[in-house]
Design a protein around this ligand. Structure first.
Ligand code: NAD
Length: 246
């Protein structure tokens, strides 16, 4: 991945953070965005620098805002000297059963996950079309493929992202651009660690692998989709869930 240039949205924590580190380690130059936690972002930059791979820069930018997305894409191109691909990872959840779900639980999740994906895909795709090459990887979820109680809002966004990926793959495949999604299951991020021990044990019983995945296991697949080895994979959804949805 030496010399390749990528943007990862939501790179200060979890899967995004692991993706940034994985790409930098592979020699790529990486920019990432984050919503608010500057300290966490600085920690990722410092961690990446220790790897001795490619360059890494961070940008405070809200995925919900198209103007910020457009400005960020321009700033990334300037900072890295180009852009070969984007990983649209920034996402949130506000899990509640529908009877308890407030309007803003719906709006916030739609706005970050679905509009945020639109914003960065839209802001980056024209440049990729012009250069006749590029990669777009969207971090969806198995919740976009199977239903989980309490996730009406989240599932709608994750299924919506898969629809966007398949449609966009059709629109831009002819320009040498691939558009794919990864659909992780339970992953050991802060959300997992915050669950009660008894709940974690119950969940583990539903996963054939018997454990949650690691952010690195998701990052490895994202890195593969960005690499030359994945040149003929377009419009696909790669499930990374230890067999949960099987
Ligand atoms: P996380 O909460 O650990 O990190 C989220 C990142 O997104 C942070 O860097 C945060 O700053 C950023 N972010 C959130 N809202 C933003 C906004 N409006 N603008 C800009 N940045 C914003 O999340 P995670 O668990 O690593 O999840 C990352 C992605 O993976 C999400 O899209 C999530 O839906 C998906 N996913 C996660 C899991 C899991 O088990 N953790 C499973 C399946 C899918």
């Amino acid at each position: 991945m030496q010399g390749q240039k990528f943007l990862v949205t939501g790179g200060s924590r979890g899967i995004g953070r692991a993706t940034v580190l994985s790409l930098v380690e592979a020699g790529a130059d990486v920019a990432f965005t984050y919503r608010s936690n500057q300290e966490a972002a600085e920690e990722v930059v410092a961690e990446a620098a220790k790897l001795g791979g490619g360059k890494v820069v961070s940008f405070l930018a809200d995925a919900e805002d198209y103007a910020q997305a457009k400005q960020t894409i321009e700033s990334v191109k300037e900072a890295l000297g180009g852009l070969d691909g984007v990983v649209l990872n920034a996402g949130i959840n506000r899990d509640k059963l529908l009877v308890m779900m407030a309007e803003n639980d719906w709006d916030d999740v739609i706005s970050t996950n679905l509009k945020g994906t639109f914003n960065y895909a839209r802001a980056s795709v024209y440049g990729l079309i012009q250069q006749r090459s590029g990669r777009i990887v969207v971090v969806s979820s198995v919740s976009g493929l199977i239903g989980t109680p309490g996730q009406v809002n989240y599932s709608a966004t994750k299924a919506g992202q898969i629809g966007m990926v398949r449609t966009l793959a059709n629109e831009v495949g002819k320009f040498g651009i691939t558009v794919n999604a990864v659909a992780p299951g339970y992953i050991k991020t802060d959300m997992w660690d915050e669950m009660k021990e008894a709940t974690r044990e119950k969940v583990n019983l539903t996963i054939p692998a018997g454990r949650p995945g690691t952010p690195e296991e998701v990052a490895n697949t994202i890195r593969f989709l960005l690499s030359p080895d994945a040149s003929y994979i377009n419009g696909s959804v790669i499930v990374i869930d230890g067999g949960l949805s099987a």
